[in-house]
Design a protein around this ligand. Structure first.
Ligand SMILES: C[S@@+](CC[C@H](N)C(=O)[O-])C[C@H]1O[C@@H](n2cnc3c(N)ncnc32)[C@H](O)[C@@H]1O
Length: 233
């Protein structure tokens, strides 16, 4: 199967494998941990309305692609309000972490309301995951990697806690391979960070700088501006 399945696969492949990917900036806008925490403290009460339905097809596709088997151990990174949690089958064990107490409070409410006894929530920084090496079969970051202050460190931590042969999955908006769109994304990112994400986040640079092995990249949501990236450890 080709890595990219969409019509502009060649441009996408070039962006991913270009020689400067190893040195390109992942984003041209930096964010600090306290800033991210403040943004999500303000957004917790409206997050599900603003980012719920439009981004949900990608969440559903990701969990379908996981093809979870009884006993599989899943780590969800940046669980937020827990909007994904009802999608995981009850026969797997889900650990879910987030930095923001306000977002996690919503996730706790959801776990209690839906009686999700297969889910455990932890307040934890994805840049310093408090689980041992090789602890999970799937490590999944839905709409998170362009949010965190240090995405390389988060991706390395996700890789560390994934077992050999397990999968590391990112669901996110990434910088476009179209130069005009990409320039616009870079221009608007100082604004989009206030809504909690960086629009110019560079997938090729992230993969090159972490050494992650991407085996599939598929476009999701409508419009198809987001991608589900599956890597194998
Ligand atoms: C855009 S929301 C994604 C929520 C959810 N995963 C979804 O599918 O909609 C990003 C989440 O990442 C969390 N986050 C940001 N930086 C983090 C970090 N360093 N460690 C853990 N969570 C972090 C934020 O608090 C927020 O809840």
């Amino acid at each position: 199967m080709a890595l990219f399945e969409q019509p502009d696969a060649r441009a996408e492949q070039e962006l991913l494998s270009s020689p400067d990917a190893a040195t390109r900036a992942l984003s041209h806008t930096a964010v600090e941990r306290d800033f991210v925490n403040d943004v999500y403290a303000k957004m917790a009460s409206v997050y599900d309305v603003v980012f719920g339905p439009a981004l949900h097809p990608g969440r559903v596709r990701a969990v379908e692609r996981m093809d979870l088997q009884p006993g599989d151990r899943v780590l969800e990174v940046g669980v937020g309000t827990g909007i994904n949690l009802g999608l995981y089958p009850r026969h797997c064990q889900v650990s879910a972490i987030d930095l923001s107490p306000s977002m996690l409070a919503k996730a706790h409410e959801r776990v209690a309301k839906k009686d999700l006894s297969h889910v455990q929530l932890f307040e934890m920084d994805a840049g310093a995951i408090q689980f041992p090496d090789d602890a999970f079969d799937i490590v999944f970051a839905p709409y998170v990697i362009s949010v965190v202050p240090d995405p390389i460190q988060v991706a390395r931590e996700m890789h560390r806690v994934c077992r050999p042969g397990g999968r590391i999955m990112f669901l996110n908006h990434f910088r476009s391979s179209n130069p005009v769109v990409s320039a616009v994304e870079r221009l608007i990112t100082p604004l989009t960070v206030h809504a909690g994400f960086r629009a110019d986040f560079d997938l090729g640079a992230m993969l090159a700088q972490t050494g992650l092995n991407a085996v599939a990249v598929e476009r999701v949501n409508i419009p198809r501006l987001w991608r589900l990236v599956t890597c194998v450890k």
